[in-house]
Design a protein around this ligand. Structure first.
Ligand code: GRF
Length: 216
């Protein structure tokens, strides 16, 4: 392959920055989709607000630049000086799309403005049911027969942005919090790469709250 061809390939790949606070299994699923050729993207960096998060270890193992950036003094949001530090790093990597993968903080106006319509999130329920924390437990407590996962654009609310993709999961009589969460995660690992593929291929159009998919 010529140098020019290599440059062209890398130029056409969507530049993702993944933000997470936990295990990083969704980041791993995205990486796998990139390496098996089903997603034309590149994870340019991983940023976490948790120093010993699994997502940082996974990034390190895959030779992806990792950054721990404390988001204190806030506990549940990314704001103030910390938000500025995150934005600096995101800009350093020429980030095109921010992928929230288990990032346990609310994104505030500064980042939303800087990356308008360019932040996506995955949530472990069929939104608008069960927004917020421990959605799988909320589904069990409520007694729904079906739950699932949702990939959506991020807006100023909590899990309220326009929905890109949803996948459903049955709730079984003998489900525990752990077994249900594990089955939801299996679907997340399909849904997130698929949503990213649609974005990378420029197939989405947002019309008010509706995300229309052009599959032609
Ligand atoms: C996922 O269940 C996701 O829906 C939620 O946080 C969890 C992250 O899991 N937002 P992982 O760190 O990707 O394994």
């Amino acid at each position: 392959m010529s140098a020019n061809a290599t440059d062209k390939n890398s130029a056409s790949r969507l530049r993702l920055a993944v933000l997470g606070s936990g295990n990083g299994s969704n980041m791993q699923a995205i990486l796998e989709a990139i390496s098996n050729g089903s997603l034309a993207a590149e994870i340019t960096c991983v940023i976490s607000d948790v120093a010993d998060a699994g997502i940082l270890a996974r990034a390190k193992a895959a030779s992806i630049p990792q950054h721990y950036i404390s988001a204190e003094p806030f506990r549940t949001k990314l704001d103030g000086e910390a938000e500025k530090q995150y934005l600096n790093v995101l800009n350093d990597y020429d980030t095109e799309l921010i992928v929230l993968a288990g990032f346990m903080r609310i994104i505030k106006a500064g980042m939303l403005r800087a990356f308008q319509h360019r932040i996506i999130n995955i949530h472990p329920s069929l939104l608008p049911a069960f927004p917020g924390l421990h959605a799988w437990r909320q589904a069990l407590d409520y007694g729904t027969k079906i739950t699932g996962c949702t990939v959506h654009f991020v807006d100023e609310g909590t899990d309220t942005g326009p929905i890109i993709i949803q996948r459903h999961v049955p709730v079984l009589d003998d489900d525990t919090i752990e077994s249900l969460h594990a089955r939801i995660q299996q679907q997340e690992h399909i849904a997130y790469p698929e949503a990213l593929r649609l974005i990378s291929e420029n197939k989405l159009r947002v019309k008010n709250r509706r995300v229309l998919i052009n599959n032609s």
